[in-house]
Write a protein that binds this ligand. Structure first.
Ligand code: GLY
Length: 400
């Protein structure tokens, strides 16, 4: 691939294109690597497993800036909205660059209430979100069933969020990998980074597990829930990120006669219908470290919650069960941009929003690598906000 001519963007590297090492080939690492390679950088990306097979694979692909907005997360909403708006173009661009489809679907999201208590809770959330300017439509039970005829007849009410979409995150992972490779990124899978190399308070490269040293002008740490496992990080640069376990399962619908067409939030579970008829049901939110066991209780609670809203699922075969680990920071928001180590840039902590925030993360972090500047909405999420209290909190996640 021909490199674009050097623009003023590269000036902080003295007119030369920086060599960038990215640690972690999830949706964030791949997106950043792709953008940097497009800009003309030489990019090596190292992945401990298979590209896109960590949290990116485990996710459900909901692009729900609106329906998932929660009290206390108004700052994050600014970023999720920017990324949601960027998604249609990002999807087109990834598909064009890779030649692969990622099944971006814009049917919107329904949040349903079954009981009187659910309606009260839904009304509160609806009013909170409407006050933030999110476009929502309140539906009676009958109106909800007109949109989704297989909903339980007793469904009490629902909220429709037209702006919240979905993408097939596994197809996205494969497509982003192809796009990055096509732009010239060198990807090394099953090649863990053992440690960051720091000299005189500056990142100089990485030591691989096999002992090889790779030098770099910039190292981007995008290793998700595993970001603290990279050796050589000074204590002040350790990101306050922990794994938050999520159990999920998929049922197989008849793709010609699906039970559901919208993303559906029910009390205690969400349901995501795919083009191929898979119906994803998720997810538990558990503080269990890297425990990857599927449990009877986890499956029971997900199936029960899904069945209460969509009883027809009882006839469907179980296609798959899996566990994922959300990379969750102390305030459930991402950590983006500079660190205390010069030349070490970070992109982790995306918690429940990794897929949604992929476009803005790729743009903001690659932009920071090239120019030393972050857009204001992303700059609020730098690691600096944790500087005053560096210990890693282990408080629970904010699952519904
Ligand atoms: N974003 C969905 C989840 O974290 O389960």
């Amino acid at each position: 691939m021909t490199k674009p001519s050097i623009s003023s963007k590269s000036s902080r590297f003295g007119g030369a294109w920086p060599h960038v090492v990215v640690i972690g080939a999830g949706v964030c690492g791949l997106g950043i690597a792709w953008r940097l390679a497009q800009a003309g950088c030489t990019v090596d990306i190292f992945e401990r497993g298979e590209a896109g097979h960590g949290a990116t694979w485990a996710a459900a692909g909901m692009l729900a800036a609106g329906a998932e907005a929660e009290p206390g997360e108004q700052r994050l909403l600014e970023l999720t909205r920017i990324s949601l708006a960027a998604w249609p173009n990002f999807a087109r661009e990834v598909e064009a660059a890779s030649g692969l489809t990622i099944d971006y679907r814009d049917q919107g999201t329904l949040v349903v209430a079954l009981t009187h208590d659910d309606v009260e809770q839904l009304r509160f959330t609806y009013e909170f979100q409407r006050d933030l300017g999110i476009e929502l439509q309140w539906l009676s039970g009958a109106e909800a069933r007109a949109r989704e005829p297989h909903l339980r007849p007793g469904v009490a009410a629902a909220v429709y969020s037209a702006g919240d979409h979905q993408v097939d995150n596994r197809k996205l992972a494969l497509a982003l990998k192809q796009a990055a490779l096509g732009a010239g990124v060198t990807l090394r899978e099953r090649c863990p980074v053992r440690a960051l190399a720091v000299e005189g308070e500056r990142a100089r490269g990485v030591h691989l597990a096999d002992g090889v040293f790779i030098d770099a002008d910039v190292v981007v740490l995008a290793a998700g829930a595993w970001s603290r496992e990279i050796g050589g990080l000074p204590v002040e640069a350790l990101p306050p990120v922990r794994p938050v376990k999520g159990q999920m399962l998929a049922l197989q619908m008849d793709p010609a006669a699906p039970l559901l067409s919208h993303v559906l939030w029910a009390p205690k579970a969400y349901l995501v219908p795919r083009v191929d008829g898979r119906l994803l049901i998720g997810a538990t939110v558990e503080e269990k470290g890297f425990d990857d066991a599927m449990t009877a209780g986890g499956v029971l609670s997900l199936l029960e919650a899904a069945w209460r809203v969509l009883p027809g699922i009882e006839e469907l075969p179980i296609a798959e069960t899996w566990v994922g680990f959300r990379p969750t920071s102390r305030d459930d928001a991402p950590i983006l941009g500079p660190t205390v180590v010069e030349g070490l840039v970070i992109a982790t902590g995306h918690h429940r929003n990794g897929i949604l925030l992929a476009p803005v993360t790729a743009e903001a972090v690659s932009g920071y690598v090239l120019t030393g500047e972050m857009p204001a909405a992303a700059a609020q999420f730098s690691a600096e906000r944790f500087a005053a209290a560096p210990s890693l909190a282990t408080v629970g996640g904010s699952g519904r």
